[in-house]
Write a protein of this length. Structure first.
Length: 339
């Protein structure tokens, strides 16, 4: 095996129980990339106010989505892991078809299992000579992609013969990614008709992070504009919002839930919702968007609410991911595959 390709996503609890969720949240929320509050203060808040309560509150939501996709689609375990594994299998097929035996495709999670460190160590033992990491975050944020760079740096720091690792920094402007998003919207419109508004809801981050230099907001706005342009949607037909606010600080606005409530109250009858920052359906889309925010909109007076699934294992998504990875292959591998 010459070269390994590692898809990376956030991670998820091992099981949809309070203890499974607690273990995952402890790992995730202890990362200083995710929460920038000074350590001793944050350790106190996390251990006294979050880890004793949030797991019991969130576990039922995880149980709802466990082994369930949209419309009762059969999924095994946590959807984010299920779709990431499907992406791995399909990407492996694509690399094998074009360049037989040259690439191993696998995945790792930033938090929970399998970890990046154990994945890289296993692949090295199996003879991998180089690694291309594809964080499945189209838009860069220090809270997501930045955390992956930290883990790569840790692996490097502990190695004598440092592995040849490259990381895809962002891919929101890649034409293949935008085309896959646009295709998924058009297919949805063909099936259901177009709603009055297209809401593009991105995972939020604290506003202060952007003020201090995180380019995430700019990447989200860029994505929304490229998608709207590709769909030839006039500006009054779409909106960008931010979801999944956590804690008391101000996060990126407008907020998804508030916007949907306002629209419902102000006579918007129908809305299509897409979440371009999520490359796989997960708790934040299947529960927060497809269930909770549907209720927000309908209870406020809206009539039709349709969630457009994440790109998941769509063929056009896989084609885009293959192109993004191939663009990042080191010259040695590139020459080998083109020989
Ligand atoms: C505490 C701060 C958080 C930041 C900053 C944050 C950024 C961020 N997250 C994603 C993608 C995902 N987040 C998911 C779940 C999730 N996110 C947070 C908190 C922050 N996220 C929490 C506490 C949770 C767990 C659920 C909960 O307790 O509310 C997931 C889903 C995982 C799953 O198991 O399905 C994803 C994916 C992005 C893209 C992002 C910044 C750009
Ligand atoms: Fe998150
Ligand atoms: Fe959430």
């Amino acid at each position: 095996m010459a070269h390994a390709i590692i898809l990376m996503n956030l991670g998820t609890p091992a099981e949809p129980t309070p203890s499974g969720v607690r273990q995952f949240l402890r790992d995730f929320l202890s990362d200083p990339r995710v929460v920038e509050i000074p350590r001793p203060i944050w350790a106190m808040i996390l251990n006294l106010f979050i880890l004793p309560f949030r797991p019991a509150k969130i576990a039922p939501a995880y149980r709802e989505i466990w082994s369930q996709g949209l419309d009762g689609e059969a999924v095994t375990g946590s959807p984010i892991t299920y779709y990431t594994q499907r992406q791995v299998a399909l990407l492996q097929q694509r690399f094998d078809a074009a360049t037989p035996g040259q690439f191993t495709v696998t995945y790792a999670m930033t938090y929970g299992a399998p970890s990046l460190k154990e994945t890289v160590m296993r692949l090295q033992e199996e003879g991998a000579s180089g690694f291309t990491l594809l964080p499945l975050y189209p838009q860069y944020s220090a809270t997501t992609t930045g955390a992956i760079y930290d883990q790569v740096a840790d692996i490097m720091r502990r190695s004598r013969n440092v592995p040849d690792i490259s990381v895809v920094h962002e891919y929101w402007q890649h034409p293949g990614y935008i085309a896959a998003l646009a295709n998924s919207v058009r297919e949805h419109w063909e099936k259901h008709g177009a709603a009055e508004k297209l809401l593009m809801s991105f995972h939020g981050i604290p506003k202060a992070n952007v003020r201090k230099g995180d380019p995430y907001y700019q990447h989200c706005c860029g994505t929304a504009e490229l998608l709207a342009e590709s769909l030839q949607l006039p500006r009054d037909k779409w909106e960008i919002t931010f979801q999944s606010r956590f804690g008391k600080a101000e996060w990126l606005q407008p907020y998804t839930d508030k916007t949907l409530i306002e629209w419902g109250q102000n006579g918007v009858a129908s809305v299509d919702v897409i979440c371009p920052a999520f490359s796989a359906d997960c708790l934040e889309t299947l529960e927060e968007i497809a269930v909770e925010n549907r209720a927000n909109f309908i209870d406020a007076g809206g009539a039709e609410y349709r969630y457009i699934p994440a790109l998941n294992a769509r063929a056009d998504h896989m084609q885009a991911l293959e192109a993004i990875v191939r663009d990042r292959l080191p010259a040695a591998v590139f020459h080998q595959t083109n020989a």
